[in-house]
Design a protein around this ligand. Sequence first.
Ligand code: ADP
Ligand code: ADP
Ligand code: ZN
Length: 214
Amino acid sequence: MNIILLGPPGAGKGTQARHLVDGRGMIQLSTGDMLREAKDSGTEMGNMVAGVMARGELVTDEIVIGLIKEKLQGDTGGGFIFDGFPRTLEQADALTRLMDAEGQALDHVIEMRVDDTALVERITARSTCGDCGEVYNDKTAPIPADGKCSHCGHTEFKRRADDNEESLKTRLMAYYKQTSPLIGYYYAKDKLGVVDGLGDIAVVQTSIAKVLDA
Ligand code: ADP
Ligand code: ADP
Ligand code: ZN
């Protein structure tokens, strides 16, 4: 099964993707993670996108489509979870073409709805494990009291450079202007399932499972 998790920054896409990886053996394809890796390892592409990402603007379609294309040609595991991709109609069309070429299809697009005030609160309190990328939140999903990642035991955690209110405003605007048209696009393709992303992490997980297992 191949799915897209669609939602604004902070909606909980990464958190839920990790549950699906653990629970169903799916493969998480996060273009945000791929771009951050390129940036951290200082590749030419990484250096090129660093400023754009820090400001909260979208990286060019060409770059992210290239990243996804590479991954689709690899192991398909228990199916793909597209997390943070596609973000434009151009990317959505490219994904359809790439999947067709691999004899693959999209099963569900899950729109995670969370209101803007909650997004700001979530993002400014977000951190991730420096080793495995497990997602934490100062308020709603704190790092264990012993200071060790519950997933891998690592003891260093990172905050994202773009997780500040200023960049978040640009990211939200990019979501509403460039990404939200995908909701109608996938509704028209009969792929859209909507979940309330405001509940507890476990409740959202159950809502997503209901869509996938329907
Ligand atoms: P979030 O988890 O907050 O939604 P991501 O980690 O998905 O953010 O993305 C971080 C940044 O990486 C984005 O603000 C954007 O600059 C860039 N990016 C990630 N995915 C894409 C994409 N599909 N298209 C364009 N830019 C992207
Ligand atoms: P996205 O990948 O959509 O940007 P994340 O999964 O990184 O979102 O979640 C953003 C922040 O909100 C993280 O700090 C995460 O721990 C927290 N979070 C995720 N889901 C929930 C939820 N259902 N309720 C409360 N906090 C959540
Ligand atoms: Zn970890």
